[in-house]
Design a protein around this ligand. Structure first.
Ligand code: BJW
Ligand code: ZN
Length: 258
């Protein structure tokens, strides 16, 4: 039975802190909501990116094939926006926790790089990175060129080896996740005694399925979100409120640490 509580309920906070501290292996599965308080727009819900643009027009390989300049323009705008943003208290608390406990790992769907910017061990990035590009043809050709000039087809980045167009190193709809990253994420999720699901609508697969692997492996799921999600019902606790406020309370060394 899920216990849904207000972010500030001290009894729940204490119970979840105790669960975190007693778990030998913890994963944090994060989504766009963890970066919302840093000023990065989410995808779904009020103010979400998919309200103003269609995912099919920008975040699929077909869209890139049709109009690479349009797609690169949008990613250029996203890069510029994220470069104005800094990690928030939730990113910092997760980075601190994984520094203190190497068996605590961050698995993120985010492409904004804010977990890495907060320091600590590198997170597993399921959906790639806004700041990497890769060749549409050579499987191993990646770099971090910036900025991207999308003013014409000719100025778009091309592969130095084969001359093909370079694309964002992001997993678009209908594309497979990197096999190594996904299998490591599945391994960590299955072995985890606790899975903290933070700021994700949990509708995109296979990422959302990771929490179910923890449950199947005998572990516990705790959710932190401003709203209910399809994972709320499998969570032991669902803490309703902003990640930057709640996560430091759950993971900080003392309860007053934020
Ligand atoms: C706060 C907060 C605050 C706000 N504090 N909380 C079944 C049916 C139909 C299709 C599928 C299906 N199963 C799988 C699929 C296909 C598809 C999929 O899942 N579709 C569903 C939408 C239905 N999946 C795929 O296509 C994946 N690939 C795949 O399945 O490959 C199969 C394959 C195998 C072998 C060969 C070939 C193929 C790939 C998925 C890639 C997703 N990519 C995106 C876009 C990248 C583009 C970009 O960034 O530019 O990644 S989609 C978008 O959604 C992005 C995110 O990482 C992802 C998840 O979103 P997230 O992070 O959850 O954000 P939001 O906005 O949805 O939610 C924010 C949450 O935060 C909300 O809950 C708020 O309440 C909360 N919040 N403020 C706490 N302050
Ligand atoms: Zn190439």
């Amino acid at each position: 039975m899920t216990r849904v509580t207000d972010a500030l309920d001290p009894e729940t906070v204490e119970r979840v802190r105790a669960l975190v501290q007693s778990a030998a292996r913890v994963i944090a599965l994060t989504g766009a909501g963890v970066s919302a308080e840093s000023g990065v727009p989410t995808f779904r819900g009020a103010g979400g990116l998919w309200n103003s643009v269609r995912a099919e027009d920008l975040a699929t390989p077909e869209a890139f094939g049709r109009d690479p300049r349009l797609v690169w323009e949008w990613y250029g705008w996203r890069r510029a926006l994220v470069l104005q943003c800094a990690p928030n208290a939730a990113h910092r608390a997760l980075a601190d926790a994984s520094r203190r406990h190497p068996s605590c790992r961050v698995i993120t769907q985010n492409v904004d790089g804010l977990h890495a910017a907060a320091g600590g061990p590198a997170p597993l990035e399921l959906h790639g990175s806004l700041f990497r590009i890769r060749c549409t043809r050579c499987p191993d050709r990646r770099d971090d060129r910036d900025p991207i000039d999308a003013s014409s087809y000719e100025t778009l980045p091309h592969c130095e080896r084969c001359g093909s167009l370079m694309r964002p190193d992001i997993v678009w709809f209908g594309e497979a996740l990197d096999e190594t990253v996904l299998s490591e994420a599945c391994r960590l999720a299955t072995a985890a005694q606790l899975c903290l699901v933070i700021g994700t609508s949990a509708v995109v697969y296979p990422a959302a399925g990771l929490a179910k692997l923890t449950l199947r492996g005998g572990g516990t799921v705790i959710e932190v979100n401003v709203d209910a999600t399809p994972l709320t019902d499998i969570a032991t606790f669902s803490l309703r409120g902003p990640a930057a406020e709640i996560v430091p309370r759950l993971l900080g060394e003392t309860q007053s640490a934020t």
